[in-house]
Design a protein around this ligand. Structure first.
Ligand SMILES: Cc1cc2nc3c(=O)[nH]c(=O)nc-3n(C[C@H](O)[C@H](O)[C@H](O)COP(=O)(O)OP(=O)(O)OC[C@H]3O[C@@H](n4cnc5c(N)ncnc54)[C@H](O)[C@@H]3O)c2cc1C
Length: 293
């Protein structure tokens, strides 16, 4: 199938893109890497009247460290993240997660901003943004807005962005030297969207978590920063404390049914991931003993 007829504009600057979005509103769609937009148009799931191509806007591309903040331009491609020394040094969780996004051909074109604006609940990067405490930066006709990642994802393919706004960058706190991370997803094949996944960032002192941020994905209509993580912080971890946290996690989840898994299977897999994450980050194999998929 081919896309419905549409007009095409190649934006010459961020201001030019914003002017076009202001005039055309929800009849226009931004094109970054096109790895989600173009398949959706070809399947006629969406039919924008105007496509605003921002792919030439070099000012939206790149990774820089400013003090204790890592700033990533919206047009930075997945493949660029994988090659970035700044990401490797300051956001190793993100580096590990990007390797699970699709396949090299898609990672060569798909962008950070496109992935977040797409807001697929089974996507890896939105959950990383929650775990890393990211701030999403949007620009619109009224100027710039800074949105906490936890308030950005609003449902399946829905975000806090308006149709007149561009996602221009993401800011992450530089990972503390003492911090550690965990990433794992269950998928049928490497590169497939996850059945359930977990991106976690933590600080550990004397065998206890002093901080633990658990970003689950494919467990509901949007990524989830699990509140149940609080049950694992500043306590001596025992199998019963972990079981209590796993039960609280299950109450937080609202998994969807699709051809990949039932809600019950997703709840089970999320609890398996929680256990593996805790046991791995604390180097406590005893906590994970007996847990199987
Ligand atoms: C076969 C296949 C497998 C895939 N597997 C995975 C996977 O495992 N995990 C995963 O996370 N993704 C996966 N993807 C999606 C891929 O990662 C895309 O690259 C990503 O979702 C979108 O990035 P993009 O730059 O291509 O965005 P586009 O396709 O250009 O845009 C996506 C959406 O975001 C909007 N948008 C884009 N940029 C901006 C911006 N700066 N400001 C405001 N709105 C914007 C567009 O209007 C559109 O609605 C897969 C895609 C394919 C085709």
């Amino acid at each position: 199938m081919k896309a419905s007829a549409f007009a095409y504009a190649r934006a010459t600057s961020v201001e030019n893109a914003l002017e076009l979005l202001t005039v055309h509103g929800d009849k226009a769609k931004v094109l970054s890497g096109g790895q989600s937009l173009l398949p959706a148009m070809n399947l006629r799931l969406i039919a924008p009247e105007l496509v605003v191509d921002i792919g030439d806007l070099a000012e939206l591309r790149g990774v820089v460290v400013k003090g204790d903040v890592l700033a990533i331009g919206a047009l930075t491609r997945h493949a660029d993240l994988l090659k970035s020394a700044e990401i490797a040094a300051h956001a190793p969780l993100l580096m590990e997660a990007v390797a699970h996004v699709a396949h090299p051909a898609i990672r060569n074109r798909g962008t950070m901003g496109g992935s977040l604006a797409q807001a697929d609940p089974a996507s890896e990067l939105p959950a990383c943004m929650l775990a890393l405490g990211a701030t999403i930066i949007a620009r619109g006709p009224d100027g710039e807005r800074r949105i906490a990642a936890n308030e950005f994802f609003a449902g399946i393919y829905e975000t806090a962005l308006t149709s007149q706004e561009l996602l221009v960058a993401v800011e992450l706190p530089v990972a503390a030297k003492s911090s550690t991370h965990f990433f794992h997803e269950f998928a049928r094949r490497h590169g497939d969207y996850a059945i359930v996944g977990l991106a976690a960032q933590a600080s550990v002192r004397d065998g206890r978590f002093t901080d633990l941020r658990l970003g689950f994905f494919a467990v509901g209509d949007r990524p989830l920063l699990a509140k149940s993580a609080a049950k694992l912080v500043d306590v001596a971890l025992t199998p019963s404390v972990l079981a209590d946290a796993a039960s609280a996690l299950s109450d937080e989840l609202d998994p969807l049914e699709d051809q990949q898994a039932t809600p019950a299977m997703r709840r089970h897999l999320a609890k398996v991931l929680l256990t593996r994450c805790v046991s791995s980050l604390l180097a406590r194999p005893d906590l994970g003993a007996g847990v199987s998929v």
